[in-house]
Write a protein that binds this ligand. Structure first.
Ligand code: HEM
Ligand code: SF4
Ligand code: SF4
Length: 506
């Protein structure tokens, strides 16, 4: 499994690099796949509502009403039809990439399992919505889908009468089944929306909107495509003849040719086994979970910064229980806590200054304490060649330990968001180092979702706890890069040390 993930992550790394050149790190579509999924869902829903105004739900009239939209009203309903088609195709593409990428980044195991598990039925719903949509056009493709799907469903022992009998010839066809498909095509997307909401319930402030430029750009491309290659039907369905050739939409219907080669019952078995194994991936192999965050009430003033910063909705503020004159205290929900340590980075009591004795902040990770972090900072950092000495605070998801060497100490944290800004001040003002490099995940792509964003905003003094004004910013540098970008990280360190050389000489 590890090898598959590694290979996939290498492929994504290369593809993302190309996109980063074209779009920049902030707008790289690979870092917005989940949000693009939401966006394409909304386009599909909005265009679907528009189409429904002109769509005739009678089985005889359906095809004619779609033809009217496509040909007579090509400039409005026709474009809407094409946008509906292309946005739903784009939804499949981004969701498949999204799940492959989450898998490659290993963001599905341990406490992350929830989004994966709720994603599995979402995938099935995307296909139910898409296939029922093709059915409604009632053209030759719809006829092929209707016959193939019902014959496949009939291999299940659930139906008293074979449902494929509805499609034997034009005299057996009733409107009942068609109405059922219309209802499925309306209610399945509504249920899917509910599942999408559940899917992000463990993410506080989930990123469900892509940046404006990406949203406008993708809509413009799909509109242009709609004008150049409008979605069209494939001739009216005629149950008295078998359609000789139909062209399939490979995004939704790629599995249909399998029905010609694999017996229906066997295919059901493969589908069920496929979905169950897919749903079990978060536990293959099970992840050894790290201890969750621990609150120390005597050191907590109830400021709720930890609650505001936790990316996984793992903290709740409840009325104070220890009689001290504060309103609230945080409690940790161990099921949600991913042990990212971001809460410790946001706590005002996580400061290396002031105390001579051991530090115990209001909240921290029991196995990676703020006290231990201070000891790592304070350890002597020799440099034989006289170059500026640098402390690199790096997250576990970069391979920054490779930078460790003469005059360079790499201090690993579960997430860069665990670093209280006062540690940067402490490292420089107490001369433990000449410069501080912060090596985190790529922008918008933090493994723990919000760690690098909070770090940037704390450094920019936009979010508590602020970096103090007195810290010379020419001695602090950010290197937010994808996990595998070791050469770029090493180059960033070299350039920083050279620049520091000039600052130190001044
Ligand atoms: C309509 C389909 C889907 C949409 C719109 C969607 C959207 C999203 C969004 C917005 C996020 C949160 C991103 C963030 O704020 O950091 C997310 C996370 C995630 N999704 Fe999906 N998703 C979909 C389908 C799937 C599927 C099919 C799977 C896999 C089976 C999946 C697995 C995940 C995982 C593993 C995460 C990250 C969990 C974590 O960081 O703890 N998603 N998704
Ligand atoms: S360690 Fe991370 S997930 Fe757990 S409570 Fe703190 S911020 Fe939330
Ligand atoms: S940030 Fe620290 S002081 Fe504030 S509520 Fe959380 S634990 Fe308490």
């Amino acid at each position: 499994m590890g090898l598959v993930k590694q290979t996939l992550s290498g492929v994504f790394g290369k593809a993302e690099r190309v996109f980063e050149y074209a779009f920049g790190q902030r707008n790289n579509p690979f870092t917005w796949l989940g949000a693009l999924g939401w966006y394409f869902y909304w386009i599909t829903a909005a265009t679907g509502i528009y189409l429904y105004i002109f769509f005739d739900t009678g089985i005889v009239e359906a095809f004619a009403s779609v033809e009217y939209m496509t040909n007579d009203q090509w400039y409005a309903a026709g474009i809407m039809r094409s946008l509906h088609r292309y946005a739903s195709d784009a939804l499949v593409v981004v969701v498949i990439l999204h799940l492959l990428r989450e898998f490659a980044m290993d963001r599905l195991r341990g406490k992350h399992f929830f989004a994966w598990l709720t994603g599995v039925p979402l995938l099935a719903f995307i296909y139910i919505c898409g296939i029922s949509g093709y059915w409604l056009v009632w053209d030759k493709l719809a006829q092929y889908i209707a016959v193939a799907t019902t014959e496949w469903l009939d291999t299940l022992p659930f139906f008293a009468e074979p449902i494929a009998n509805n499609f034997l010839n034009s005299t057996t066809l009733g409107g009942r089944f068609f109405t059922l498909m219309v209802l499925i095509h309306i209610f399945a997307p509504l249920f899917m929306l509910l599942l999408m909401w559940v899917h992000v319930q463990r993410h506080s402030g989930a990123r469900v909107n892509p940046p404006r430029s990406l949203a406008i750009g993708t809509l413009a491309v799909m509109t242009a495509l709609s004008l150049v290659y409008p979605a069209v039907s494939q001739g009216p369905a005629d149950l008295d003849t078998v359609p000789a050739v139909v062209s399939l939409d490979w995004f939704y219907l790629a599995g249909y040719p399998l029905l010609d080669v694999i017996p229906g019952g066997q295919l059901w078995l493969y589908v069920v086994i496929g979905f169950v194994s897919f749903a079990l991936l978060p536990w293959l192999p099970p992840e050894k979970t790290a201890p969750v965050a621990r609150v120390s009430l005597p050191n907590c003033n109830g400021c709720s910064r930890c609650f505001d910063d936790c990316p996984f909705s793992a903290l709740t503020m409840v009325p104070r229980s220890d009689g001290r004159p504060y309103e609230a205290e945080p409690i940790v929900n161990a099921d949600n806590c991913t042990s990212c340590g971001i809460c410790a980075g946001s706590c005002p009591t996580s400061t290396p200054f002031r105390r001579a004795g051991p530090i115990e902040p209001g909240i921290e990770l029991p196995d990676r304490t703020i006290g231990a972090l201070r000891e790592q900072v304070m350890a002597p950092l020799p440099c034989a060649d006289g170059k500026p000495r640098v402390i690199v605070f790096a997250c576990d998801h970069s391979n920054a330990e490779l930078l460790d060497g003469d005059g360079v100490r790499v201090i690993k944290l579960p997430c860069l968001g665990m670093l209280p800004p006062s540690f940067i001040d402490y490292s420089l003002s107490r001369r433990f180092a000449d410069g501080v490099l912060l090596a985190g995940c790529a922008e918008n792509d933090c493994y723990h979702r919000l760690g690098n964003e909070w770090t940037m905003r704390r450094l920019a003094r936009e979010r508590d706890p602020h970096l103090r004004q007195r810290v010379p910013m020419d001695r602090v540098r950010l290197a937010f890069l994808p996990a595998g970008a070791h050469r770029r990280r090493a180059k960033a360190l070299d350039e920083f040390r050279s620049a520091l050389g000039e600052v130190v000489d001044e």
